[in-house]
Every structure is written in structure tokens, then in C-alpha cells.
Design a protein around this ligand. Structure first.
Ligand SMILES: *[C@@H]1O[C@H](CO)[C@@H](O)[C@H](O)[C@H]1NC(C)=O
Length: 213
């Protein structure tokens, strides 16, 4: 009788032991004083973690849309919201003034879901096969943008638009196509050769986007 109990008990204890081991790994709040690594930031000491590390209040305020794109992205990535470090999720707020646009861009490390909260947003992405998928989204609509693909959002309504995006990474990364092409000092003749655009157009765009050369 006693012998028959030993095996189940041993099983229960080993399961409990593996759970308590897992609890130590529940989270890894970013220690922002240490350098970032490809695997994320090192963890803040658990004894120093508080509820504040899991709350971020920065998305309640509209971003400043007085800029070239008439739009603002307010991120809640690891750098702003250390509690998401290592969890594979993050958010951002999207404010689009009338005529606002988030130009073609990619997030190398994450897929994205957009939820439209106010206004009308025309959003789309281009697949690796160069097929384009775009749609006018209204309040309550959501759209996904697969990882790494070029995508855009345009305010296509008469008033302001507000959306929230969530990412499948705590650090999705951001590369904006126009800035990659025209916002740096890559010589105009190389840009012309690699894009088939005429040099006058390239110089004009470099002027607008802060590039030179
Ligand atoms: C918004 O940004 C513009 C341009 O940088 C600046 O002039 C303006 O003061 C900012 N507005 C607010 C409310 O911060």
C-alpha cells in the first residue's frame, strides 16, 4: 500500500517543483541601465520590481502631429514600458491629423494589429510577392500587418483619426522607407541607380527629408 503511494507522490512533487521553478521566470522587467541585447534587456532584480513596472500611462495623451507627416506614433515599447521586456508584446498609439500619413515602413521584428478607435484610416501592406492588400477601416475595425512587410496608414477621413497598434515583440523596430532612401547621405547617383528615380526628384526629397549628397 505504502509503496503504491510513493510513485504518485513523487510525481506530484516533481510537478510542483517545476511550477515553482517556472514562477521565478514569470517576467523579466527590463533593467534599462544595462545595455540592450538581441535577446532583450537584462532583468531588473525581482526584489526591486513593483506594480509600476507593469503599468504605463503614456498612451492617454495625443502625440504632436505638427510635423511633415501630420501624424504621431507614441510607443509603449521596452524603452518606455520596461514590463513588456521578454514578453513578445508591445503597443503604440497612432494619432493622424487631417491629411496625416504614416508613410511606408516596416517593423523587422514584429507583426502588427491596428485597431481604429476614431475616424477613418486607409491602411495596407505589400506582400513579398508584391501583391497589395489595402482597405479603408472605420471605428472598431482591426487589420493585421504581417512581420517585416512594408505597410502604411493614411487618414482618409474629414476629421482626426486615432488608432492603437499592438506588436508581437517588445521591441518591434521601425524602418521608414522614405527616410531610408532620402533621409541620409547616400549619394544621389547611387540612389538614382538603385531606385530608377531621376536625380532632381531625389534631391528634392533629400531636401524635404533631411538627406544630403
Ligand atoms: C508640436 O511640435 C511643433 C513642431 O516641433 C512645436 O512647434 C510645437 O510647440 C509642439 N506642440 C506641443 C503642444 O508640444
Amino acid at each position: 500500500m505504502a509503496n503504491k503511494m510513493v510513485l504518485p507522490l513523487f510525481f506530484v512533487f516533481s510537478v510542483l517543483a517545476s511550477f515553482s521553478h517556472a514562477l521565478v521566470q514569470d517576467f523579466c522587467v527590463a533593467d534599462l541601465k544595462s545595455p540592450d541585447t538581441p535577446a532583450g534587456f537584462p532583468c531588473k532584480k525581482v526584489s526591486l520590481v513593483t506594480e509600476k513596472d507593469f503599468v504605463y500611462s503614456g498612451l492617454g495623451v495625443a502625440g504632436n502631429t505638427s510635423n511633415l507627416i501630420k501624424a504621431a506614433v507614441t510607443p509603449a515599447f521596452t524603452a518606455q514600458f520596461p514590463g513588456v521586456n521578454g514578453l513578445g508584446i508591445s503597443l503604440a498609439r497612432l494619432d493622424l491629423a487631417v491629411g496625416g500619413v504614416i508613410p511606408f515602413h516596416t517593423h523587422p521584428a514584429a507583426s502588427e494589429v491596428l485597431l481604429v478607435v476614431e475616424g477613418t484610416i486607409c491602411a495596407g501592406f505589400v506582400s513579398s510577392a508584391n501583391t497589395v492588400y489595402f482597405k479603408t477601416l472605420n471605428k472598431g475595425d482591426i487589420m493585421v500587418f504581417p512581420q517585416g512587410l512594408l505597410h502604411f496608414q493614411i487618414n482618409s477621413g474629414k476629421g482626426g483619426a486615432l488608432g492603437f497598434v499592438s506588436f508581437s515583440s517588445a521591441n518591434p523596430g521601425l524602418q521608414i522607407l522614405d527616410f531610408a532612401l532620402f533621409g541620409n547621405e547616400l549619394p544621389t547617383d547611387i540612389v538614382a541607380k538603385t531606385t530608377f528615380l531621376d536625380p532632381a526628384t531625389i534631391k528634392k526629397l533629400k531636401g524635404v527629408l533631411g538627406g544630403s549628397g
